[in-house]
Design a protein around this ligand. Structure first.
Ligand code: CU
Length: 293
């Protein structure tokens, strides 16, 4: 084809790529824990427009439906392994993000998954696989679910640790862990730290051990179906290229950034800024890296 046509074709292709990168579209970011079902996945599965459980209704009344459509985005862009420095006690389930604040509610009627001590198959639905480490924790014996979740509530020994890759079979990471003996309602907490970026993801899943008394309060959690994921995708504001939505800016707040106990390397801060705000323009000048969708 004549070279001017090739140029036009190239310009058109680049424009399309830029539009794709800059338009907030769905289902491109990160993921959520589907077994045991995380709070946000359970409420999304009930349906953002008409949730069934009281706690999910209250979440929508408080925060609107957008947090649920953005179920795969409970992240902090610049965590860089400093989870306890960037997330205060009581804010673990929201990752200290106001958008997701309802997830921090210390209520005993969150939809829960019945579990037992022993082997457990974790399943995480990822809309963008990332290289890193996924660590699953559980609350200590005697945990009080009516109190806000604190870091010290978590057993220091993880129930599972899984090295994540940039591929995920059928959109899932699946791996086994071992649940310890517990009674009543507990929380499984996920920390997923990327190793190709300072970004990390966080999640709370409610589980119940043993007797029916513990399960009397709260509905049984169900994970979203693939049809449901597809149906809500157009209403998501999450775009992984640029990490859209209201994500926290890469620069830490003054107290965290200035704290000698939690230095954020400037290079990483710079990389985070590029990832968060520059991806669209970068796409105009260089090919998209594999896996960066
Ligand atoms: Cu992502």
């Amino acid at each position: 084809m004549p070279s001017y046509r090739r140029t036009s074709a190239l310009v058109a292709a680049l424009s399309a790529a830029a539009l794709t990168a800059l338009t907030p579209t769905a289902a491109q970011a990160h993921g959520a824990v589907f077994n045991p079902v995380s709070r946000i996945a359970a409420c999304y599965a009930e349906g953002p427009e008409s949730p069934d459980s009281q706690v999910c209704k209250d979440l929508v009344a408080d925060s609107g439906t957008q947090p649920l459509y953005d179920w795969n985005e409970v992240n902090i862009a610049n965590a860089d392994g400093r989870h306890q420095a960037v997330i205060p006690d009581g804010k673990l389930c929201s990752a200290n993000r106001d958008k997701y604040r309802a997830l921090d509610w210390a209520r005993t009627d969150w939809p829960a998954t019945a579990v037992a001590p022993g082997a457990f198959g974790f399943r995480i639905r990822v809309t963008a696989p990332h290289s890193g480490t996924m660590t699953m924790y559980i609350t200590k014996p005697g945990f009080d679910p009516t109190q806000p979740l604190k870091w010290s509530d978590l057993d220091t020994a993880p129930v599972a640790v899984y090295g994540t890759t940039r591929t995920a079979t059928d959109g899932y990471y699946a791996f086994n862990g071992t649940l310890p003996a517990r009674t009543g309602r507990h929380i499984v907490y996920m920390v997923w730290q990327r190793n190709d970026s300072p970004e990390a993801f966080y999640s709370c899943s409610d589980v119940t051990f043993g007797g029916t008394a513990a399960q009397a309060q709260g509905a049984r959690a169900q994970a979203p179906t693939e049809a449901k994921i597809a149906a809500g995708a157009a209403l998501s504001t999450v775009s992984h290229a640029g990490h859209g939505g209201d994500e926290q800016p890469p620069a830490l707040s003054a107290d965290a950034a200035g704290s000698p106990s939690s230095p954020l390397p400037l290079a990483l801060a710079g990389a985070g800024t590029l990832a968060a705000f520059g991806a669209g323009s970068l796409l105009l000048t260089r090919p998209r890296r594999r896996g960066e969708s």
